[in-house]
Design a protein around this ligand. Structure first.
Ligand code: AHM
Ligand code: MG
Length: 344
């Protein structure tokens, strides 16, 4: 069944809303928007369904393990990283309105359609975030960020299409391939979650208008590196454990940013990837990891900073730039900003 067909009844008799119908409905709220944006997003939904099918059968199809190449980040590519990157690349490069694609797995942004003058959008993505978890059956995900072609951006300079601050994202989202597959996206008009119903092959609205709780009970950070965090981060984490914010916090860390953020979005709390000795700018990438998550966090009523600055205001200087990330509920972030001043 196609996601563009009319709503049909669920088992409970309630009408179903697929992601495609939802996008078409959201588009109507924006004067001048046309079907091209939903056509573009359908490339992402199609690709992520193909990726989830592969992830689900990973143990059966000789696709677990390393591909044998090192990517631009200096990290070992998994076979599924390569597959996911190709699937997204293919699905998106047939959409004529897309001019530039940039991926964690490729050194440079790619011009698609030999650079059509009519192209209006650039898409930046991490095809399979947390992929080192795949061999042990832990949730992984895809993140994406959609940017409008800047005025005057030339086809000779694809970097200029994507080096934009995150506040200029026109849409962003992620898919978590977990115990169920869920797509969460925003076009700047709230955050909405859709669970993939495998029986009909469609993403169905399951979490309308998601709001991050004002406060949560979990902190999420790789504490294995805590000795090399700036001291004020260490003190802040102790503060959470000691119950200064009203209760002692529990720890949750999956090691897949998308899954750790998804929990933070639903349950509140705080996720941190601080600067460390090995990674003085943190590990996460600004354009396709921190920016989509920051956009969604703010749309859901939360906050995202790099330790001092609003993530969405950072002017990127390079495609694979890293940034420390502190994201979560208002209460924890307000306390963090009071407790960890700029010297932190
Ligand atoms: P990846 O994009 O190569 O998978 O790396 C990003 C992942 C994030 O999903 C996760 O938050 C982080 O790396 C975990 O790193 P660490 O093992 O240092 O805690
Ligand atoms: Mg990744």
């Amino acid at each position: 069944m196609s996601e563009t067909q009319a709503p049909h009844a669920s088992l409970s008799g309630e009408p179903l809303m697929t992601v495609q119908q939802h996008i078409l409905q959201e588009q109507k709220k924006f004067p001048g928007a046309s079907g091209e944006f939903s056509w573009l997003l359908s490339g992402i939904t199609l690709a992520t369904k193909l990726i989830q099918a592969k992830v689900q059968r990973a143990g059966l199809s000789n696709i677990l393990g390393e591909h044998g190449e090192i990517n631009i980040q200096g990290e070992t590519q998994q076979k599924l990283d390569v597959y996911s990157n190709e699937v997204l690349g293919h699905a998106l490069s047939v959409r004529e309105t897309i001019g530039v694609l940039a991926s964690e797995e490729n050194e440079h942004p790619m011009l698609v359609h030999q650079g059509s003058e009519n192209a209006k959008y650039a898409i930046v993505f991490d095809p399979l975030d947390g992929s080192s978890n795949i061999d042990v059956n832990v949730s992984v995900g895809t993140t994406f960020s959609i940017l409008r072609r800047p005025e005057g951006a030339s086809l000779d300079d694809p970097e200029a299409w994507v080096l934009q601050p995150g506040r200029q994202q026109i849409a962003a989202g992620y898919v978590v391939y977990g115990s169920s597959t869920i797509l969460v996206y925003s076009v700047g008009n709230g955050v909405h979650g859709f669970t993939l119903d495998p029986s009909i092959g469609a993403y169905v609205l399951s979490h309308p208008d998601m709001k991050m709780p004002e406060q949560g009970k979990y902190y999420s950070v790789n504490e294995g590196y805590s000795a090399s965090f700036p001291p004020r981060y260490q003190q802040y984490i102790d503060r959470l454990k000691q119950g200064v914010l009203g209760h002692p916090y529990s720890s949750r860390y999956i090691g897949s940013m998308v899954a750790d953020f998804h929990r933070t979005l639903l349950k509140g709390g705080i996720f941190l990837y601080p600067p460390t000795t090995d990674n003085p700018n943190g590990k996460l990438r600004l354009l396709y990891e921190a920016n989509p998550v920051a956009f969604l966090a703010e749309q859901a009523g939360g906050v995202a900073i790099d330790g001092t600055r609003r993530v969405l205001d950072i002017q990127p200087e390079s495609i694979h730039q890293r940034v420390p990330l502190v994201v979560g509920s208002r209460k924890e972030l307000a306390d963090f900003e009071r407790f960890v001043p700029t010297s932190g």
